[in-house]
Design a protein around this ligand. Structure first.
Ligand code: NAD
Length: 339
């Protein structure tokens, strides 16, 4: 029988995780929970998901607009094997999950300290097998880990300095900005560097972040001092052996994140998502034998989605081999077909 999975919070990340879970044969969506009966709740009903109100007070709001609920979150979590919590940061559901004796996965808005275990399928799947609680780090952090881990494993890394050019908000959000400004994050390092260390504790990384008026994709410019000499081709060969990294080329007309999202649309995936990290292969440069520069783009709404599916398998011990889990997830989502 497939594992029963609840999704608490059905926004940008939650609705994608729900669809990815529904695409697997070893797990199913038992229900989704929301605070508001908005258009996303109505679409969830149309998709056939059982909708639960986040709390008893919210039930009347759902009923008033004709969204039938199957109960409240508390009922949902009692009957499932695991909750994927995709609510905004610090929503505070840990005591509820603990009381119900249910396993849970949180997203990158939460601090590492909430679970003391942050997950990346390629790096630490084995360490998370059977765990009760993990956190999947944020989109930017996951993006950095995807390309830095292979480099560290193969060449060794002395030091990383990454500058993150961050999207202002998600496409479905019209409240946040900036809309006509460039906003430096004055905290140094930005929170991303320490967050990468929640999965790769020995990596010497410094991060700097700037927010710009775009809604799709972050762009990272990364400088890495490698321990062993390398060439650009050798670096690309290492990345090609790892899943969830794809390659684009300025020479093919991919001059910006706009063309990368056009590729994602042309692939006709669910919601035109790009789960892979896109690296410009003609933007990879090695100087003085050990200094590597590269650019990568991160589709913030979707890169963490396959990680959530693998984290479910690890926690519920549905698969003990991380590679096999990643392959299964990637096949189901069409990952690997981009480039
Ligand atoms: P979102 O605002 O798009 O969605 C949040 C959902 O939770 C909405 O459906 C909202 O109605 C619901 N919700 C709000 N309060 C709730 C509560 N108390 N109980 C139950 N449901 C509640 O947020 P998001 O962008 O999907 O972010 C969710 C998490 O994922 C955060 O930790 C965030 O940092 C992380 N994350 C976001 C992105 C991104 O780019 N959007 C990328 C990676 C990780």
């Amino acid at each position: 029988m497939p594992a029963q999975i609840a999704i608490n919070g059905y926004g940008t990340i939650g609705k994608r995780v729900a669809d990815a879970v529904a695409a697997q044969d070893d797990m199913r969506v038992a229900g989704i929970a929301k605070t508001k009966p908005d258009f996303e709740a109505k679409l969830a009903v149309r998709k056939g998901y059982s909708v639960y109100a986040a709390n008893r007070d919210a039930v009347a709001k759902f009923e008033k607009v004709g969204v039938r609920t199957a109960g409240v979150l508390e009922d949902l979590v009692k009957g499932v094997d695991l909750v994927v919590d995709c609510t905004p940061e610090e929503s505070g559901y840990k005591p509820l999950y603990e009381k119900a004796g249910v396993k849970a996965i949180w997203q990158g808005g939460e601090e590492h300290a909430l679970t003391n275990l942050s997950f990346n399928a390629a790096v630490n799947y084995a360490d998370c097998i059977g765990a009760s609680f993990v956190r999947v780090p944020s989109c930017n952090t996951t993006g950095l880990i995807r390309t830095l881990y292979p480099l560290d494993a193969h060449f060794g890394i002395d030091r990383v300095v990454a500058v993150m050019v961050r999207r202002a908000t998600d496409p479905g959000d019209s409240k946040k900005g900036p809309i006509n400004a460039i906003e430096p994050e004055l905290e140094m390092p930005s929170h991303h560097g320490p967050d990468v260390q929640s999965v790769l504790p020995n990596l010497n990384i410094h991060t700097i972040a700037v927010k710009v008026p775009t809604t799709i994709m972050h762009l990272h410019t990364v400088t890495v001092d490698l321990k062993k000499p390398a060439t650009g081709d050798a670096v690309l060969d290492v990345w090609k052996r790892f899943p969830r990294i794809t390659f684009v080329a300025g020479g093919d007309g991919v001059k910006s994140t706009a063309q990368i999202m056009e590729i994602a649309r042309d692939l006709s995936r669910n919601r035109a998502d790009l789960y892979e990290i896109a690296v410009w292969k003609d933007g990879v440069h090695v100087v003085d034998r050990t200094r590597l520069y590269y650019f990568q783009a991160v589709h913030q709404e979707s890169d963490v989605v396959p990680e959530n599916v693998d984290a479910i398998r690890a926690l519920l011990e549905l698969e003990r081999d991380g590679r096999k889990s990643m392959e299964k997830t990637d096949r189901s989502l069409g990952i690997g077909l981009a480039g």
